[in-house]
Design a protein around this ligand. Structure first.
Ligand SMILES: NC(=O)c1ccc[n+]([C@@H]2O[C@H](COP(=O)([O-])OP(=O)(O)OC[C@H]3O[C@@H](n4cnc5c(N)ncnc54)[C@H](OP(=O)(O)O)[C@@H]3O)[C@@H](O)[C@H]2O)c1
Length: 410
């Protein structure tokens, strides 16, 4: 029998993901050969201290980009595709800022650009949106797409600890980087939601168009009140059709216990996809980690070894809408005196907000008022919050967190 043809892989980056990929590949090589008839091997590695990109490119059939960052990753990915090579990348920042340029290049060159690992790690969201659900018109996607923040919020809810303590714990366990800024401020999740929205709604979405907020302001108090109101807190990404346009956002949000994402705890990721045709599908699993992400990268390599698929040109230009309706939780530290509730309710009422539930706690200087209001345009809600913040009995600026009102049966 003749030797199987070799399939040559150039590996750009051999850190957490690249290192795990280099270990996984030989373990799965026989299986991959059985599926594809070709034997994959790494023929070149680029690190800061090792390798020459041009040489690696000329020796490869496919390039795996797991370096991260925008440049030189963007330049290398473009050069690889222009040289007729398939590319697999895990780089969400690159795709959320230069995706259209890269996908256009892949189409022009007739090569594949695959990126399952860029969103939600090993959870196969990209493949499901681009292939399995390509036949369904989607209405809305909600996602927990950052494991670091989900771990922090889960720990705060479970133990009652502060944000700072939960973050330190996440860093000790390796769930958070030494510099966790892009995780906790929502930017990492925003990049993933831009990519998800692009695929789900067939509209170009740049990271700059995603409205995002992080979890740095969340307190143990918020968690306690939420618990009393039957709510759980998540850093939630949303992409949904609104008034003929598209809203893409990331912010802390309360969920009722029946929501499929409410029970997703620890560093896990999960995405709920909704459409009239399919009702609702939730995918969940590890959102990061070297071996997990490497498994998603290798899945993409195998797909690229089997005949083509590409991200089609965007056929729509839905308007990106930033002011949408939300229900809100509002936490106010107030001086305990008559008429406080009535004045707050009146200001909310003037902006068209109606109160769904109220919890009042404490006396005198420790009094707090926590309420959930029914959905209204966010601009109107925040206009009311600005007025409420100016009332003389307010002891600090009110804190607001969105509440997802959807109920799911069974
Ligand atoms: N870590 C995860 O769990 C995870 C999950 C999903 C997606 N991702 C994505 O996967 C990508 C890689 O992440 P990672 O955690 O593996 O990063 P990492 O551990 O920092 O590794 C990066 C690798 O790329 C190399 N590199 C970086 N810049 C370079 C440059 N300018 N020239 C040559 N080599 C360069 C580094 O070289 P040296 O070895 O010489 O430093 C290192 O080998 C990122 O896009 C990240 O967002 C990561």
């Amino acid at each position: 029998m003749s030797e199987p043809r070799s399939f040559r892989i150039g590996l750009l980056g051999r850190g957490t993901v690249g290192g795990a990929f280099a270990e996984l590949l030989p373990q799965r090589a026989a299986h991959i050969e059985a599926i594809t008839g070709m034997r994959p091997e790494i023929t070149g590695v680029l690190r800061r201290s090792e390798g020459d990109f041009d040489q690696i490119l000329s020796d490869a059939d496919l390039v795996v980009e797991v370096m991260g960052g925008i440049e030189p990753a963007r330049d290398y990915v473009l050069r690889a595709m222009r040289a007729g090579k398939h590319v697999v990348t895990a780089n969400k920042q690159l795709l959320s800022q230069h995706g259209e340029e890269l996908w256009a290049c892949a189409r022009e060159q007739g090569v594949q650009l695959r990126f399952e690992a860029a969103v939600a790690g090993v959870v196969p969201v990209i493949r499901v949106l681009g292939e399995s659900l390509a036949g369904a018109e989607l209405d809305r996607i909600h996602g927990i797409v950052n494991g670091t923040t989900n771990y922090i919020l889960s720990e705060m809810a479970r133990t009652g600890c502060s944000y700072e303590d939960a973050l330190a714990d996440a860093q000790r366990l390796g769930y958070a980087e030494a510099d966790p800024s892009d995780d906790v401020n929502g930017k990492d999740a925003a990049a993933k939601m831009a990519i998800i929205a692009r695929l789900a709604f067939d509209t170009p979405v740049h990271l700059d168009q995603v409205v995002y907020e992080g979890i740095e302001q969340i307190t143990a108090d918020d968690m306690e009140y939420a618990h009393e109101l039957g709510l759980g807190l998540k850093l939630l990404g949303s992409a949904e059709r609104v008034d003929g346009g598209l809203s893409v956002r990331v912010h802390p949000a309360f969920l009722y216990g029946s929501h499929p994402l409410a029970s997703v705890g620890g560093p896990f990721n999960a995405v709920t996809i909704e459409s009239q045709a399919i009702t609702e599908i939730t995918l969940s699993g590890p959102g990061a980690g070297g071996p997990q992400t490497a498994s998603a990268v290798l899945g993409d390599v195998i797909s690229a070894m089997i005949p083509p698929a590409s991200t089609p040109e965007a056929t729509q230009q839905l308007e990106i809408i930033q002011d949408v309706e939300s229900a809100f939780y509002l936490h106010m530290e107030v001086a305990d005196r008559p008429g406080v509730l009535a004045q707050v309710a009146q200001i909310l009422g003037l902006q068209g907000a109606s109160v769904k539930s109220v919890v009042q706690k404490g006396l005198g200087e420790k009094a707090r008022l926590v309420m959930v209001v029914h959905p209204l345009l966010e601009s109107k809600f925040y206009a009311a919050v600005d007025l409420i913040a100016g009332l003389d009995f307010m002891r600090s600026r009110p804190r607001a967190i969105r509440v997802i009102e959807e109920e799911f049966s069974g």
